[in-house]
Design a protein around this ligand. Structure first.
Ligand code: AMP
Ligand code: MG
Length: 403
C-alpha cells in the first residue's frame, strides 16, 4: 500500500473534534469522602443548612451593644466556641466571647481584646466599634440549598473540605477509567531482559502505565506481544473488555503492522488513522460498544505526544471531568525556523526568570526525532508549532503544553 499524502491526512484540530465528539460512559460509584480524592463528582453537592449556621464571632473579645460603646461595661458571662449563649446582653453589659462562638442576643458588635481595657468584671473599649464588626452573620458564606460543588468537579483538598463542611460523608463520583495497555513488536524485550542483537527494551509499556496512572486511570498491563496476528488478536479481544485499550507499535504501513487491520476485524470503528502531527502521524483511534481504543506509534516520543495531547482528552471525559489542556504562555529565548505541514510538538525546557511578568522563557531542546525519549525525559513541555508556521524571532510569545 502506498504512503498516504500528507495533504490527505486530517489536521490535529479535526482529530480533536472527533475525539471530543465520541461518546464515553463514565462509571458512577458511591465512596466515602476520604476515598474521593482525585475523582470527579457525579452529583451536585448542596449546602444542607446555612453557613455559618449561627451568627459567629470572628475574634476573641467582648460582645456588646454598639449604643454602649465608649461607656464602662460590666462583663456578665463568657461564651467559648462550641457553647450556646445562655443569656442576652443588656444595656451596659458585655459578654466575653471567643473566636467561632455564637453571638448572644442583644449584642451587635464585637470589641477585640486588643482594644479593651479590663479590670475585674469592668471593661472599657478604647476604640469606637461598628455595627456587625467582627461578626459573621448566619448564611453569609452560603445559604441552605445553594450549590457547593457542581458535577464534574475534581475532588482535591479544598473540595473535600467543602464537602465535609456540609456533611457529605459519602459522595457519588465517577470511578477511575479501567484501562488496558499492551505493546507489540517482535524486537521488544522487557526491561529486565538483556537484549539480543536487533532487540530493544520496552520503554512504551512502563511509560503508558505511568502516564495513564497520572491521569487517574486504573491500569492493567496485558504485556508485550510479538508481531503475530493471532496473538495480537487474542490480546486485543481481552483489552476490549476495558473502558479503554492502548496498543503501542504496529500502527504504520510496514509488512508487520497488523494492529489497525485487527481492530477492524474485531468490529472497531476506526475514526482516526493518521493525522498531521509530528511526532505521532500513525496515531489510531476508534470505538466499539462502550470501549475506546488508541493505537500509538511505536516510537516512544510519538506515543508520549499522542497520549498527552490526544488520548488525554478522552480519558478526562471518561473520568467524568472536563477536558482541560495545560497550556502555558511563554516567550521564546531563541529564534526558531519556519516549519512543515504537520503540527509540531517540539520538546522544550521552561525557565522562570522571577521577573514581574512571570512569563517563562522557552528553551527548545535538541529534538533528535521520535525515538529520542531521552530528550523528552529532560524536558518540561512541548512547544506547539501550528502546521506551516513561519519562522519566529527570539522573544515571540508561544504556547507550551506542560508535561
Ligand atoms: P512501529 O510503530 O511498530 O513501526 O515501531 C516504530 C519504532 O518504535 C521502531 O523502531 C520500534 O522498534 C520502536 N518501538 C516499538 N515499540 C516500542 C516499545 N514498546 N518501546 C520502545 N520502542 C518501541
Ligand atoms: Mg513494529
Amino acid at each position: 500500500m502506498a504512503e498516504i499524502e500528507v495533504a490527505n491526512l486530517i489536521s490535529v484540530a479535526e482529530a480533536i473534534a472527533v475525539l471530543d465528539g465520541t461518546p464515553v460512559w463514565p462509571r458512577v460509584v458511591r465512596v466515602a469522602l476520604a476515598d474521593a480524592q482525585g475523582l470527579c463528582l457525579a452529583e451536585d453537592i448542596v449546602a444542607d443548612r446555612d453557613y455559618p449556621p449561627f451568627d459567629k464571632s470572628q475574634m476573641d473579645g467582648f460582645a456588646l451593644r454598639l449604643v454602649d460603646a465608649g461607656k464602662e461595661l460590666r462583663v456578665v458571662g463568657e461564651i467559648a466556641a462550641g457553647q450556646w449563649p445562655e443569656r442576652a446582653v443588656g444595656a451596659g453589659e458585655a459578654v466575653a466571647i471567643m473566636t467561632g462562638a455564637p453571638m448572644p442576643e442583644g449584642a451587635d458588635s464585637v470589641a477585640p481584646v486588643e482594644v479593651v481595657k479590663r479590670e475585674g468584671d469592668r471593661i472599657w473599649v478604647e476604640e469606637g466599634g461598628a455595627r456587625d464588626r467582627y461578626i459573621s452573620r448566619v448564611g453569609s458564606d452560603i445559604r441552605a440549598g445553594e450549590m457547593v460543588l457542581g458535577k464534574g468537579v475534581r475532588m482535591e483538598a479544598a473540595q473535600i473540605a467543602a464537602a465535609a463542611s456540609v456533611g457529605a460523608a459519602e459522595v457519588f463520583v465517577h470511578g477511575r477509567p479501567r484501562v488496558a495497555v499492551m505493546a507489540t513488536g517482535d524486537e521488544i524485550v522487557d526491561v529486565n531482559v538483556t537484549p539480543k542483537l536487533g532487540q530493544i527494551r520496552n520503554s512504551n509499556l512502563p511509560m503508558m502505565v505511568a502516564l495513564l496512572r497520572k491521569m487517574g486511570c486504573e491500569v492493567t498491563s496485558l504485556g508485550t506481544i510479538g508481531d503475530e496476528p493471532g496473538k495480537i488478536r487474542a490480546a486485543i479481544l481481552e483489552g476490549l473488555k476495558f473502558d479503554a485499550l492502548f496498543v503501542s507499535g504496529g500502527m504504520s504501513m510496514g509488512e508487520y503492522d497488523y494492529v489497525p487491520g485487527i481492530f477492524r476485524e474485531l468490529g472497531v470503528e476506526l475514526k482516526i488513522t493518521k493525522l498531521k502531527i509530528k511526532p505521532g502521524k500513525p496515531f489510531v483511534f476508534g470505538s466499539v460498544g462502550k470501549s475506546v481504543v488508541f493505537g500509538l506509534p511505536g516510537n516512544p516520543v510519538s506515543a508520549f505526544v499522542c497520549t498527552v495531547r490526544l488520548a488525554a482528552r478522552v480519558l478526562a471525559r471518561l473520568s467524568g471531568g472536563a477536558v482541560a489542556d495545560r497550556w502555558q504562555c511563554a516567550r521564546l529565548s531563541v529564534a526558531v525556523k519556519a516549519h512543515g505541514s504537520r503540527e509540531f510538538y517540539q520538546p522544550v525546557r521552561l525557565e522562570w526568570s522571577g521577573s514581574a511578568d512571570a512569563i517563562p522563557m522557552v528553551l527548545p531542546v535538541n529534538y533528535r526525532g521520535s525515538s529520542d525519549i531521552f530528550t523528552i525525559a529532560n524536558s518540561d513541555g512541548l512547544l506547539v508549532r501550528p502546521a506551516d508556521d513561519s519562522a519566529l524571532t527570539a522573544g515571540s510569545l508561544v504556547r507550551v503544553l506542560a508535561i
